[in-house]
Design a protein around this ligand. Structure first.
Ligand SMILES: Nc1ncnc2c1ncn2[C@@H]1O[C@H](COP(=O)(O)OP(=O)(O)O)[C@@H](O)[C@H]1O
Ligand SMILES: [Mg+2]
Length: 251
């Protein structure tokens, strides 16, 4: 019967339509973020002039408010830049080639160590991690996941960050784990949404867009991503870069 074929065509059409709409939304987010930069720069400039040339006319409380304005302007600028990064991760053409995740993870790890040489962190990166995927985007995935692991182990004396692979129903599932601050499992889904953070900015810095970027890259590859953690004991992020059997989700 031909209904099977018609069904497949219909799914393909809907899929194309959905992709077109995502691209459109993304172009919109990109141009809005871009346009928000100009008024923000003006805010930054004028508050700087106020501080430099008129602060004598402000009492201590007024000066404190001005500093708070500046700190918030800076935070908003970081958020806008993060949104632009998120949009770039979706817009670039996806390439598929043999990607060496072991080599990429080692590079990223040494960059992190160089960024804060005083920290003693042990990296355990498995040999022979490879996947067909886009090397630039996969590097971005590892930068974000290892960056998080590095950040959330900052208070750990013997910090250990591991990168490995598990076979689940014939699918390679990559795992980035750490023994850092961890999180409440009840919030695990939320952490992949833009600007969602489970830790206070005062405790750990960040804009909350990294995992949203990671999830987009993983889904663009046809893969899936999950997070496991427990407060005070660490976190493990698992992701695949290719579709699994139908109905399959990462254990
Ligand atoms: N390795 C980790 N350990 C504990 N919590 C994590 C880890 N990775 C991510 N999270 C939680 O998920 C949130 C979102 O992560 P992310 O999108 O990378 O944002 P950011 O790093 O800017 O805070 C973090 O703020 C944190 O609460
Ligand atoms: Mg992050």
């Amino acid at each position: 019967m031909s209904t099977g074929t018609a069904g497949t065509e219909e799914v393909r059409r809907l899929n194309d339509e959905l992709e077109r709409q995502v691209r459109e939304l993304d172009a919109f987010a990109y141009s809005v973020s871009h346009d928000l930069r100009a008024p923000l720069r003006s805010l930054e400039g004028f508050s700087q002039i106020l501080i430099e040339e008129h602060s004598g006319r402000l009492d201590a409380e007024g000066q404190r408010y001005l500093e708070r304005i500046q700190a918030n302007v800076e935070r908003m600028a970081e958020m806008i830049d993060a949104l632009l990064d998120l949009s770039r991760a979706t817009r670039s053409q996806l390439r598929r080639e043999r990607t060496d995740l072991t080599a990429l993870a080692r590079e990223v790890a040494s960059e992190l160590v160089a960024s804060d040489p005083a920290r003693g962190v042990r990296f355990e990166i498995a040999e022979g991690l490879v996947a067909p995927g886009d090397p630039h985007l996969i590097r971005l995935v590892l930068q974000n996941l290892l960056g998080n692991a590095f950040k959330f182990t900052a208070r750990r004396v013997a910090a250990v960050i591991a990168v490995g692979v598990e076979d689940q129903d014939g699918v390679d599932v990559f795992v980035v784990s750490d023994n850092g601050a961890g999180f409440e499992m009840g919030h695990a889904e939320r952490m992949f949404d833009p600007f969602q953070r489970l830790h206070a900015t005062g405790e750990f810095e960040g804009t909350g867009v990294g995992l949203a970027i990671v999830r987009r890259i993983v889904t663009r590859h046809g893969g899936r991503i999950t997070a496991d953690g427990s407060p005070g004991e660490g976190a493990a992020i698992r992701f695949s870069l290719a579709p699994g059997p139908s109905g399959w989700t990462i254990r």
